[in-house]
Structures are given as C-alpha cells and as structure tokens.
Design a protein around this ligand. Structure first.
Ligand code: GTP
Ligand code: MG
Length: 301
C-alpha cells in the first residue's frame, strides 16, 4: 500500500520532471548520485563539485519535446565530465620527446608518487615504448632508500633496453639523477627517466628529497604515478605531492583491475593536470595513452 503510494508520488515527480527539472527534484535525485560516485572512488568534494556544476546546467531548464529527460541529463553530465578533462588539457610526452631528439639536452622526466603505486614498473613500460620508437633511454636509480629497489630497477632497465645509472644504496638521490643527466648529455641519450623513492623516514624527508631532485635535474616533465585500486588514498597523495612538490601530469596504474574509475576523474579534477597514460597490467606492453573522450563515453554507457 505504502509502496504503491510512493510509486505514485515518484511517478508524479517524474512526470513533472519530464517538462522541467526543479531544484527539489534535482537535489532529490542527486543525493543518490553523490553516494554512488563516492562508492566508486570519486572523492567527496569532487563528487559535490560535479553535482553542483550539473545542477547549474539542468535545474530550471526544460527538455525539448521528443527527447527524454534521461537523455538530456546524460548529455549535460557528459559535458560536465568532459570539461574536467578539457580544463586539464592534454600532453603528448612522446611527441615532446620526438621534438627534442637530436638536440644537446636530453628530455628529462622525474617520476613521483607513493610507495607501491607503480613508479618503477611504469618507468620500465615507458622506457620500453620509447625504445620501440628508437630513442635511447637512461634510467636513474634514484630510489636509493628502499631495500631491493636497485635490483628491481636494474632488472627493469635490462628488460626494457634502457641504460641504468646507479650509485648504490644510500647514495644521494639527487646526485644519482644528476649523474644520469650528465651521462645522457655526454653520450647523446635522448631521454632520462628518474625513478624515485615512494617512502623515506618521514613524509617531510620524502617531499624535501623530491624538491631537491627537481631542483637539480630541472625536468621537462614531472609525473605523478597513482594506483587506481587505492581509491581515495591515490587522490589524497596526488593532492599532497601536487601541493608540496608540484607536477605536470599523472599516470594511473592498475587500471586493468579497477572497476570503479573514480580515481582518474578525481586526480584530474583535484590537480587540473592531465593523465598521460594508464597502466593495464604488469607487462612492459601494458601502458596505454589515456584518451579522456573514450573514458567519459565508457562511464556513460
Ligand atoms: N595489475 C597491475 N599491476 C601493476 C601495474 N603497475 C604496477 N603494478 C604492480 O604494482 C606493484 C608495485 O609497483 P612498483 O613499480 O614497484 O611501485 P613503486 O611506486 O615503484 O613502489 P616503491 O618503489 O616502493 O616506491 C608491482 O607488483 C607492479 O607489478 C598495473 O598497471 N597493473
Ligand atoms: Mg619503485
């Protein structure tokens, strides 16, 4: 009985909303949307921001005869999402590398991000892509902190066909990075990829160290690597690195296992910087340029 009544009310509201979306009907529907976005790894303030933008676009607007309200909302939502990515712009790193090729200075990329989010693996994948395009790549083993880090990056350099510059554990990470740049200049390498630690004794240590590396290397691009599976943690870490160190774009890893998708959206929204690639597995081949239009389409399917 009550269910029947509520259905009647619901249909009443829907039939009203068919002609015009009132503030009330929107807020009603969007409270559910908010929860669902957050459940899918969209950071709360990002979800709120997106809904506020959507609200502005749809409330009080009437839907054209013959088109459904669902369709209208979907189109407006799409515009809001696309706008997040459009504001961040796009960056084609491989094109930049190709433009630089043959010059005196190598193209320098510093990788940043929390431990375990995939920096070292991603460096291997990017080195591999660049090697396939014929570039000569140096990797700087500037994570001199974590046990096993140098063995791991050395294996990755081998597999991807990159040259490794390594000064051993405990060496000054900025000195390793500098040495790699010098080596690249002397020997005509095209690209330097700097692997960094994701954790040090304290967070302050880590951030200071990252700033120092960047000061010394003067990278062309600073890239943040965030693991999609960690959800809000990746977004929070992106915010921290962005505010305390600064970066130019991101790579999101473990996209293969991510069924939610909110991390990509949240990192771009929070930092206003583009996603360059997504990692889709553990193999060297598993790195793909990120296409935000495809991503938005897939979200609204
Ligand atoms: N499924 C999947 N696994 C990935 C991906 N990227 C990285 N991994 C795995 O994530 C784990 C951590 O990757 P690392 O590259 O060592 O992470 P890191 O950021 O260098 O970590 P630290 O050196 O501790 O700072 C490894 O087991 C990788 O194989 C990805 O795109 N998909
Ligand atoms: Mg690492």
């Amino acid at each position: 009985m009550q269910q029947g009544l509520s259905r009647v009310f619901r249909e009443f509201v829907r039939s009203l909303a068919y002609k015009e979306i009132t503030p009330e009907s929107f807020d009603d529907a969007s409270s559910k949307l908010l929860l669902e976005l957050v459940e899918n790894n969209v950071a709360l303030e990002v979800a709120e921001g997106l809904i506020a933008q959507l609200r502005e676009r749809v409330v009080g607007r009437s839907v054209k005869r013959g088109s459904s309200i669902a369709e209208f909302i979907r189109e407006e939502l799409k515009a809001v999402l696309l706008n997040v990515f459009e504001r961040a712009g796009v960056f084609d790193l491989e094109r930049e590398v190709s433009v630089r090729k043959g010059g005196a200075e190598p193209y320098k990329v510093v990788f940043l991000g929390p431990n375990g989010h995939g920096k070292t693996t991603t460096i291997g994948k990017l080195a591999y892509r660049l090697r396939l395009k014929g570039y000569r790549v140096v990797i700087a083993a500037a994570d001199t902190f974590r046990a096993g880090a140098i063995e791991q990056v050395s294996q990755i350099a081998n597999m991807s066909g990159a040259f490794l510059v390594n000064l051993g554990y405990g060496a000054d990470p900025a000195a390793v990075a500098y040495e790699a740049v010098e080596r690249a200049r002397r020997q005509g390498f095209d690209v330097v990829l700097v692997d960094t630690a994701g954790r040090m004794h304290t967070r302050k240590n880590l951030m200071d160290e990252m700033r120092k590396i960047i000061r010394v290397v003067e990278p062309d691009f600073r890239v943040f690597v965030g693991d999609a599976l960690t959800g809000n943690d990746a977004v929070e870490m992106a915010r921290t690195f962005f505010e305390e160190v600064g970066f130019d774009g991101s790579i999101v890893t473990k996209f293969d296992a991510d069924t939610k998708g909110g991390v990509v959206l949240s990192i771009v929204y929070t930092t206003g910087r583009p996603i360059l690639y997504v990692g889709t597995g553990q193999r060297l081949e598993d790195l793909h340029p990120f296409d935000y239009r495809n991503f938005v389409d897939s979200l609204l399917d």
